[in-house]
Each structure stands twice: as structure tokens, then as C-alpha cells.
Design a protein around this ligand. Structure first.
Ligand code: NDP
Length: 297
């Protein structure tokens, strides 16, 4: 019998992940803070049961997945639901891009209750979730990970054990700080090139055939910045949080990491200027304002 699964947090990326679990035939219960989104979800349409409380969802499953904005949201959710809601021997797989210290605290509380914890943030974006090709970076016990691999396979193309509890969250934060720096520095570079008379489309064409390229220059800029279409797939507020976590990890380890701190500072400024609902790629709009230019083709 496949393990019963619960998925809590049907946001931009959680909803398609849950839909993949339902489509893969896992006995699935879903829960979302705004209940209407759970009722209207693709997972529910594919047969998932909709729980009205987080406690009810947690109690229904051997493997509980969470995908909320931040680790403190997960901790608060567990406080509200009560750790006694978990089945004996259950596993909590937290797909939130969270912070290692809070995850270690959550893991310790759950361990005292006989529940295992894995931090398992994902990369690959909403498109990767829809296609079932996410990369999952996992912190925690390797044998526990092996138990839940068949569940993760519903939405993952690659699952990597990264180290002890918190390792997945640390790596995800570092990855996203790099994303923030790539978006910002590519925008600055294009603005400088434009000031020197180079059209942004031509600049990108050359950069993408040269050593300055990145996923941002190859995909985000041609598809979104040049076209002026900024679909909301990953909120800037969340990238701000990730860059802050990465800078905090370096600071706590007393590592000099000025560019990680710069990423955190720039994302905080952009988040403040553009608000909670802006997409992460819209950070380039701040660069455009500062440079008094537009990067559209
Ligand atoms: P969204 O902002 O789209 O959705 C957030 C989800 O969390 C919603 O279901 C929301 O419920 C719920 N939620 C928010 N606050 C609370 C709370 N205090 N208690 C319970 N539920 C809450 O976020 P995403 O789906 O984009 O991101 C989720 C996580 O995945 C984040 O950590 C993000 O960094 C990460 N991530 C996102 C990616 C993306 O491309 N979007 C890519 C990789 C990682 P409600 O519907 O009620 O608002």
C-alpha cells in the first residue's frame, strides 16, 4: 500500500505539487489556509480529500508535506494543530524554502514525539512543479529520505540528500541569493550597455553566447524583461526572505560574505518599493528607475 499523504499549503508552487501527488494516485488529503483554494484545487478535482483544519490533514497521513512562505509559518501551524495530531512514525517533509535554525528546532520537537522531519525545499519554479521535474534538496536522515522518495517522485526530477537537518534550507537560500544577484546584476549590465548605445536584445544575445550568461539572462530576461510581461510565479517577497536567510547563515558562521549581504539589502529595497505582490523578476524595475531607462526590446 502506498503511504497516505497530506499536503498543506496550496500556493503558487504547492498547488501544482499537490496536483502531481493526486495524479500519481497517492491517497491524498489537502489543506489550505484559505479553504476555497483547496476546494477549487486541481488536486481536489483529481480526487484528493479536502481537510478543513490542518490538524485533520496531519492526522490523515503517514507523510505530511508542508509548503508555506517561511519556517515560522510552519512552526506556527504545528503549534496550532498540535503535535499530537501526527500519527506514530509519521514523517513531516517541509518543502518551504525555510531557515535552517527554525528547522532544527522543529525537528527536535517532532523527534520528541516520534515524528521524523526532513527539510526538502524545491527548485525549478511553477513550471517545474507542473511538469514534475523539480529538484528537491533534502536535509535530515538519509534512511528517512529513502522512505519518502516514492512520494517525492511524483513532483521531482532530481532528489539530492544534502546533509543534516537544515542543509536543504541552507542550500536553497544560497541558490536563491545567487538568483537575486543574477537578476540584479544582469539588469545593471543591460542598463550600462544601453547607455553605451547597445540595444538590450543585442546585449542579451551576445551575453547568452558568452561567459556572463545565467538562467536569468537566458530565460527570465528574454521571456519577461524584454517583453514587459511579468507573470507572478515567484513573489519578490519570498526572494527577499531567501536572500536574507543566506546572508544570515554567512553572518552566523562569521564568514565575510559581502555579496550575499548585498543581495539581501537589494532585495529588501526592491520588496519595499514594489510591494508584497510583485514577482521577483520585477526587481529589474528598480534598476530601471535608478538608471532612468527601460530594458524592453
Ligand atoms: P504563495 O505566496 O503563492 O503561497 C503561500 C501559501 O502559504 C498559500 O497557500 C498561503 O495560504 C499559505 N500561507 C501563507 N501564510 C500562511 C500561514 N501563516 N499559515 C498557513 N498557511 C499560510 O507561495 P509559493 O507557493 O510561491 O511558495 C511557497 C514556498 O515555496 C515558499 O517558501 C517559497 O519560497 C517556495 N518556493 C516557491 C517557488 C515558486 O516558484 N513560487 C519556487 C521554489 C520555492 P492562502 O492561500 O490562505 O494565502
Amino acid at each position: 500500500m502506498p503511504p497516505s499523504v497530506a499536503f498543506l499549503g496550496l500556493g503558487a508552487i504547492g498547488a501544482p505539487m499537490a496536483a502531481r501527488l493526486a495524479a500519481a494516485g497517492h491517497p491524498l488529503t489537502v489543506w489550505n489556509r484559505t479553504l476555497a483554494k483547496a476546494t477549487a484545487s486541481e488536486a481536489a478535482a483529481a480526487g484528493a480529500r479536502v481537510a478543513t483544519t490542518a490538524r485533520e490533514a496531519i492526522a490523515a497521513a503517514d507523510v505530511v508535506l508542508t509548503c508555506l512562505p517561511e519556517s515560522h509559518d510552519v512552526a506556527a501551524l504545528l503549534d496550532e494543530a498540535g503535535l499530537d495530531a501526527f500519527r506514530d512514525g509519521a514523517v513531516l517533509v517541509d518543502c518551504t524554502s525555510g531557515d535552517p535554525a527554525t528547522s532544527r528546532a522543529i525537528a527536535a520537537r517532532l523527534a520528541a514525539r516520534g515524528v521524523a522531519f526532513l527539510d526538502a525545499p524545491v527548485s525549478g519554479g511553477v513550471a517545474g512543479a507542473v511538469a514534475g521535474t523539480l529538484t528537491v534538496m533534502v536535509g535530515g536522515d538519509a534512511a528517512t529520505l529513502d522512505r519518502v522518495r516514492p512520494v517525492l517522485a511524483a513532483f521531482a526530477g532530481k532528489v539530492v540528500h544534502c546533509g543534516p537537518t537544515g542543509a536543504g534550507h541552507a542550500l536553497k537560500a544560497v541558490n536563491n541569493a545567487l538568483l537575486a544577484l543574477h537578476v540584479w546584476s544582469t539588469a545593471e549590465g543591460l542598463a550600462a550597455a544601453r547607455a553605451a548605445g547597445v540595444d538590450p536584445a543585442i546585449a542579451l544575445d551576445v551575453i547568452n553566447a558568452s561567459s556572463g550568461r545565467s538562467n536569468a539572462s537566458m530565460h527570465l530576461f528574454p521571456e519577461r524583461v524584454l517583453t514587459g510581461a511579468f507573470p507572478r510565479t515567484f513573489r519578490l517577497a519570498l526572494l527577499d526572505k531567501d536572500a536574507r536567510i543566506a546572508a544570515g547563515i554567512a553572518r552566523d558562521a562569521r564568514l565575510p560574505a559581502p555579496t550575499l549581504q548585498l543581495a539581501a539589502d537589494l532585495m529588501a529595497v526592491a520588496h519595499r518599493e514594489l510591494g508584497d505582490e510583485a514577482d521577483h523578476v520585477e526587481a529589474v524595475k528598480v534598476v530601471e528607475r535608478w538608471a532612468a531607462t527601460e530594458l524592453r526590446a
